[in-house]
Write a protein that binds this ligand. Structure first.
Ligand code: 1HE
Length: 268
């Protein structure tokens, strides 16, 4: 059964489904710098549980206001005065949402700006492609707040930048931006204008790939990364067996064979 994604009843995330199957999902609590309260985390679970079953070809994850996301809602956390088990269960919901993103099989392109900090960086690192602009900066201020990461940074941020850089970010509050942030792997693109425009372009490109191919790119690579080399090579062969023989690819292969398909060329 295909889900009508536009029928989801969300308050903190707005949805705009384009005709080409690109879904623009926008964090919409700019007055709170898009901090992730428990409600927003549930909405992320709902959204990214539905996306793979809604015919969505690619997602742009964007944000209202000047900041992508200020991480955990610290005011809610303070007010709730949570017990260890309460916070552990909350973290499991963050993981539910972010695993749905990373392993869901639908390309997610994050349009970053301003603060991408703490849980905001955990959210961004669950997307498949990150686009930063001149205003974007990255940090893990948990160390200074008396907290620890709980939304997957020990897995995904460490994977992007390496363990030593992540530990330094947390111990010293180091902030990365601009070219340096790209060079260490926090984002793949640094743009002069709007990160949203470039993210949308990239999503449109990705949306033209066959869905089964995108499914493999946006789930198998992550799953295979969790395996031993022996199991990984087996899993890769099985995935390629399915993807590389899909009927829908025949047209593209024929176009290459009869020389009508675009050739791979370096860009400008
Ligand atoms: C918030 C939050 C928040 C802003 N939770 N309410 N995250 C942090 O340590 C980042 C904390 N936030 C900041 O450092 C700054 O707010 C920003 C750099 C993001 C933006 O600065 P600015 O000057 O534009 O805004 P502001 O004046 O600090 O905040 C504006 C409002 O947003 C204000 O609310 P108001 O009702 O008083 O107007 C702030 O309280 C609210 N706000 N950030 C709640 N984070 C699963 S574990 C994950 C662990 C973490 O993520 S630790 C959190 C790290």
């Amino acid at each position: 059964m295909t889900i009508d994604i536009t029928q989801l009843n969300l308050t903190n995330i707005t949805l705009d489904l384009h005709e080409d199957g690109v879904l623009v999902a926008t964090l919409n609590r700019p007055a709170k710098r898009n901090a992730l309260d428990a409600v927003t985390v549930e909405e992320l679970v709902t959204l990214f549980s539905a996306v793979p079953r809604a015919g969505v070809r690619a997602v742009v994850l964007a944000a209202e206001g000047d900041h992508f996301c200020a991480g955990l809602d610290l005011v809610e956390h303070h007010k709730e005065d949570r017990r260890p088990e309460d916070f552990m269960h909350l973290c499991l919901r963050w993981h539910e949402a972010f695993n749905k993103m990373e392993y869901g099989g639908v390309p997610i392109i994050a349009a970053l700006k301003g603060a991408v900090v703490g849980g905001g960086l955990e959210l961004a690192s669950s997307a498949h492609v990150r686009v930063a602009d001149a205003s974007t900066y990255f940090a893990l201020p948990e160390g200074q707040r008396g907290l620890f990461t709980g939304g997957g940074a020990t897995i995904r941020v460490a994977d992007l930048v390496g363990k030593a850089r992540m530990i330094d970010m947390m111990l010293t509050g180091r902030v990365y931006k601009g070219r340096e942030a790209i060079d260490i792997g926090l984002a793949q693109y640094l743009v002069e204008g709007s990160s949203f425009d470039v993210a949308l372009d990239l999503a449109r490109k990705a949306a033209q790939n066959l869905p089964l191919t995108n499914f493999a790119i946006c789930s198998a690579i992550s799953h295979i990364g969790n395996m031993s080399a022996l199991d990984a090579s087996y899993a890769e062969a099985v995935v390629a067996g399915v993807v590389n023989t899909q009927h829908a690819a025949r047209e593209r292969l024929e176009a290459f064979a009869n020389k009508t398909a675009a050739r791979v060329r370096p860009g400008d």
